[in-house]
Design a protein around this ligand. Structure first.
Ligand SMILES: [Zn+2]
Ligand SMILES: [Zn+2]
Ligand SMILES: [Zn+2]
Ligand SMILES: [Zn+2]
Length: 213
């Protein structure tokens, strides 16, 4: 039993070594393409490695980034180079080169969209016409401008109790048990925060960049 377990472990480690060498082989190939300035093939080779389910070396992000910079695919290159920095906690072997490449990307990309091909601008909200609020029915009177009189509670009379008995008087505040709504002051409406722009009056819209400074 013990022997079987050991052989299984051995087989398993052989298997993972074989897999590792497959990634390693492609890495070597990719780096060779890079050295020969054949960036298209380098890109393809590194891309192939990313589809693997094996544990991948951090430096793959760096080398892939190098190929992408040379192919002027700056946005994607930046993603991978930044990934390399974060994976290695900025302590990797190629940190200096990576930072140099990132600076080069910044110099080459469009200043407006930073190479993202789109940028965000403020646009006035079309729901509230840039006011930040919309008008709706007053929630106290439900858009009817009158509410039940708070003094007589709609009874139209006030009852006074004293030693001589109960006295009924007309409510001095209302005539028919209703008074003008205090919340909307009779306007029937109240302002609600616009749900689209959340009261700001503007919304961010994405614009495709034409890269013209
Ligand atoms: Zn009243
Ligand atoms: Zn009201
Ligand atoms: Zn709005
Ligand atoms: Zn641009």
């Amino acid at each position: 039993m013990r022997y079987l377990l050991i052989s299984l472990l051995f087989l398993f480690s052989l298997g993972s070594q074989a897999q590792e060498s497959h990634t390693q082989k492609l890495m070597t190939q990719g780096k060779e393409f890079l050295r020969k300035e054949n960036c298209e093939d380098a890109e393809k080779t590194f891309k192939k490695i990313f589809t693997s389910k094996e544990t991948l070396p951090d430096e793959l992000c760096f080398y892939y980034g190098v190929a992408l910079v040379k192919l002027k695919k700056y946005t994607k290159a930046r993603d991978f180079l930044e990934k390399y920095l974060s994976l290695t906690n900025s302590k990797g072997e190629f940190v200096k080169e990576t930072k140099g490449l990132l600076a080069e990307i910044d110099k080459n990309v469009c200043g407006i969209c930073k190479g993202n091909d789109y940028f965000w601008v403020d646009d006035s909200c079309d729901v509230c016409i840039a006011k930040g609020y919309t008008l709706g029915n007053c929630h106290a009177c439900h858009g009817k401008d009158k509410v039940v009189c708070p003094d007589c509670r709609g009874a139209k009379v006030l009852v006074t109790n004293n030693s001589l008995g109960s006295w009924y008087n007309d409510c001095p505040r209302c005539e028919n048990g209703l008074v003008t709504c205090m919340r909307c002051k009779g306007s029937k409406q109240e302002q609600y925060n616009c749900t689209k722009c959340h009261g700001k009056g503007t919304v961010k819209i994405k614009k495709v960049c034409t890269h013209q400074h």
